[in-house]
Design a protein around this ligand. Structure first.
Ligand SMILES: Cc1cc2nc3c(=O)[nH]c(=O)nc-3n(C[C@H](O)[C@H](O)[C@H](O)COP(=O)(O)O)c2cc1C
Length: 184
């Protein structure tokens, strides 16, 4: 498969299994993330790897956010929330970590962090891994921020769930590029 074919065939893979990402694969994913376009090369992001018990601690934080104040929550609902973090053997969080800069606004820095996450997801696909970018309000919650030990000025951009695809990759949607293009 040529690089452009690999790029165009990327799809999210919600269901993945063990084994998780190897050390060599992780190195390539991080290198890909560090090749994001980035005004001023500020690198306004960093990555957090969660495996094994770290995923369980994240799941507890997610459950705490989703059900913490509620009474009458069933054990099943609590377990389901905890298990959300266990949907993949490897989780890679992309964290927006803006830098003070007079010329480059935070909005541009956030875009750079998003580009970094996209490159990681794309590289994962190219390596034959399954990857899915997930967030939701829970990812921006204080509970999850604390579990990830974020600083006050930081926030989650992506929780990338990674592993081996459990089924064949679906075809990507067949979109007409011209429908998204304006010619002036
Ligand atoms: C910032 C961001 C946050 C996302 N959060 C979620 C999420 O929480 N849950 C989800 O199912 N998909 C989420 N997605 C979308 C999926 O990662 C995926 O791109 C989407 O399902 C479309 O599938 P595709 O990538 O195969 O085209 C998010 C995407 C982005 C860019």
């Amino acid at each position: 498969m040529s690089p452009i074919e690999a790029l165009l065939s990327r799809v999210s893979i919600p269901r993945v299994s063990e084994p998780g990402v190897s050390a060599e694969e992780l190195d390539l994913l991080l290198r890909a993330g560090l090749r994001a376009c980035d005004h001023g090369r500020l690198r306004p992001y960093r990555f957090i790897l969660l495996e094994n018990e770290a995923r369980e601690r994240l799941g507890e934080a997610m459950s705490e956010y989703l059900h913490g104040d509620l009474v009458d929550v069933s054990e099943d609902a609590i377990d389901a929330a905890k298990n959300k973090a266990l949907r993949a053997p490897t989780l890679l969080a992309v964290i927006f970590s803006p830098k003070d800069n007079d010329k480059i606004p935070e909005s541009e820095q956030l875009v750079a962090a998003g580009c970094s996450a996209q490159l990681i997801v794309t590289a994962a696909h190219m390596l034959g891994l399954g990857a899915m970018w997930r967030t939701g309000n829970v990812a921006y919650s204080g509970e999850v921020s604390r579990a990830l030990e974020l600083q006050d000025h930081e926030q989650v951009v992506a929780m990338i769930y990674l592993g081996r695809p459990v089924s064949e990759r679906p075809a990507p949607p067949d979109l007409d590029p011209e429908a998204f293009l304006t010619r002036l």
